[in-house]
Design a protein around this ligand. Sequence first.
Ligand SMILES: C[S@@+](CC[C@H](N)C(=O)[O-])C[C@H]1O[C@@H](n2cnc3c(N)ncnc32)[C@H](O)[C@@H]1O
Length: 207
Amino acid sequence: MNEYDRNFWEQRWSQALRAHGDRVAQRPPNAHLTAEIGDLRPGRALDAGCGHGSDTLWLAARGWHVTAVDFAATALAYARSTAEAIGRDVAERIDWVEADLATWTPQRDEYDLVVCLYVHAAGSVEEMVQRMATGVARGGTLFLVGHRPIDPATGAATAAAGQVQVSVEAALAALDPGQWQPIVSDERPRPMAGTGVDAVIRARRRS
Ligand SMILES: C[S@@+](CC[C@H](N)C(=O)[O-])C[C@H]1O[C@@H](n2cnc3c(N)ncnc32)[C@H](O)[C@@H]1O
């Protein structure tokens, strides 16, 4: 049984949006994403596991045409209505897709950018990385972030303990160096102090 299944995330999003929807609305886009991807020329992007949509909205506001996938209908509905409230030009650049990333496969070579941030892999991380990577066009970018389960500074379990998220080792093992050029493959402090580190992987598909 997968503890972090659709039902878990549905409940988590319903609860979070009910209890503090105002705070969710104010969540900024991911700091690793904005630092690494801000200089890319907008094209077609996939946000796999988009959640409440702040990264999708940031990309769309910068001119990216985004396919945003999540299996939590509550989060998708919230993200869609936020996009509509921002404006038609942003909303029209986003396709919201309700699907399970355990099996959903992007169209091959479709995207200039594939982003997958903090998504628990129900099966093998390597398999999921490889499946998401099939969506990246030649010359395009794969950008992955995973919250590490142990804080290296304290040895304490983090909020991601129990989840299987991408690590630098798993991502590098999954990506054929003949096809992929790693640009970033680091563990970096998370934006919120005291919450451990994130594995940050940025790789370019060779042309
Ligand atoms: C920790 S949240 C991260 C959301 C967003 N990427 C971010 O960084 O703010 C994980 C998201 O992945 C989604 N998710 C987890 N497993 C999934 C799966 N198998 N298929 C689709 N979405 C999934 C959850 O519903 C949730 O919205």
